[in-house]
Design a protein around this ligand. Structure first.
Ligand SMILES: NC(=O)c1ccc[n+]([C@@H]2O[C@H](COP(=O)([O-])OP(=O)(O)OC[C@H]3O[C@@H](n4cnc5c(N)ncnc54)[C@H](O)[C@@H]3O)[C@@H](O)[C@H]2O)c1
Ligand SMILES: [Zn+2]
Length: 348
């Protein structure tokens, strides 16, 4: 497996074509909601190189082996050789499925990711984890299959709904909280917000005057994740810090029965993890309150609507090895085991 994480940036969607120069066979798999992006990219590539374009409807229910296999059948129909490259354009569902289909076809052909959600730009499309759900269990089938590159451009984010922006922003702040205190401070004061300004059809990204900072923040978050992944590509150790807020987050998602999306739940989960860190004496007093203020400023919901009894019950099901990612401070994650009594006491 190629272990390098390559991230490239562009100002417009067609800038990806420069990185694809020299490719002889490209197959584009895209989310139907960004068909326009796929069409622009295809139009910018030399004639004859694009061997096929398939749009997929995305949902967790359709993130299945069946969908992945159907894609491999398309690759076969297009007579893709082992030298072909699959270009996935869409959110994390698209990059996960298309990357997985590429990993299976002819025992693995190359792929590249063009993420179009903030969450996929800073998280899902970085690191080479690909896969699909099995009988409702998330990402049960999959492969580590590193993309040739991940192409980032914030121009595609303008059409993203608020909820998706919130999810991406929470994961982005998570990455800064574990990886870089200075960038975290910049992010929460940059004007990057998940709120769509009143009366505007679009979310103001990246047309805002501080679009440059936003681009930089996205790149920085993706790079921090990439560095962690490079040090621990198969998730044997350090990569676990990326789960900050996730044990609580998964429990919140579970309790909400789908109402609260993954990233939103992670945002709330980070606040609970910070409270627990303070309670255990790992972090200084005031960490959780400070993060809460920051998160609210960028448009994230911070109050977990569920009590600790409900959460603890859901967490038992999700228990990996009883370990949690906590914070000694901003930029200082620590992985530790927490007793249930402490958990109950400090996350009330
Ligand atoms: N492989 C990994 O390491 C990894 C990490 C985190 C998450 N994931 C996976 O990623 C998935 C979540 O990713 P996601 O949040 O990007 O979800 P998603 O792919 O479902 O995209 C969210 C929604 O946004 C729409 N969309 C995409 N781009 C758009 C755009 N530019 N404008 C308007 N709408 C757009 C999609 O059609 C979809 O409705 C989950 O399945 C999760 O398991 C994978
Ligand atoms: Zn996550």
């Amino acid at each position: 497996m190629n272990k390098d994480v390559v991230i490239i940036r562009g100002e417009k969607v067609t800038d990806v074509s420069a990185r694809l120069a020299g490719e002889k066979e490209i197959y584009i798999v895209h989310d139907v909601n960004v068909a326009n992006v796929a069409a622009s990219v295809a139009g910018a590539l030399p004639a004859g190189v694009v061997r096929g374009i398939t749009g997929i409807v995305t949902s967790e229910e359709l993130k299945t082996m069946d969908t992945a296999v159907k894609l491999t059948e398309k690759f076969l129909e297009a007579d893709l050789s082992r030298g072909a490259l699959v270009l996935a354009i869409g959110g994390g569902i698209t990059t996960d499925i298309a990357g997985f289909a590429a990993s299976m076809y002819k025992r693995g052909i190359r792929w590249a990711a063009f993420p179009t959600t903030l969450l996929a730009q800073v998280d899902a499309a970085i690191g080479g984890k690909t896969g699909v759900n099995l009988r409702g269990y998330k990402n049960m089938l999959g492969a580590f299959h590193m993309p040739e590159f991940t192409f980032l451009t914030s121009t595609v984010l303008e059409t993203l709904p608020e909820k998706e922006l919130r999810c991406g922003l929470a994961e982005m702040l998570k990455t800064f909280l574990i990886g870089d205190a200075d960038v975290y401070a910049r992010a929460v004061s940059s004007g990057f917000s998940a709120k769509i300004p009143d009366g505007q059809g679009k979310n103001g990204l990246p047309s805002r005057k501080n679009a440059k900072i936003q681009d930089e923040l996205i790149f920085r978050a993706a790079s921090i994740k990439a560095d962690i992944v490079c040090r621990d590509p198969l998730e044997h150790g350090e990569r676990a810090v990326l789960n900050l807020g996730h044990t609580f987050g998964h429990a919140i998602e579970h309790c909400s029965k789908g109402e609260i999306a993954h990233g939103e739940a992670v945002g709330m989960g980070i606040i609970l993890a910070a409270r627990l860190s303070e309670g255990l004496g790992l972090a200084q007093k005031g960490l959780a309150a400070g993060l809460e203020k920051d998160f609210q400023r960028v448009g994230l919901e911070t109050a977990c609507p569920y009590g600790i009894d409900e959460l603890a019950a859901a967490m038992k099901k999700d228990k990996k090895d009883g370990k949690l990612v906590l914070l000694k401070g901003i930029g200082q994650p620590v992985i530790t085991t927490v007793k249930e009594d402490d958990l109950r006491k400090y996350t009330k």
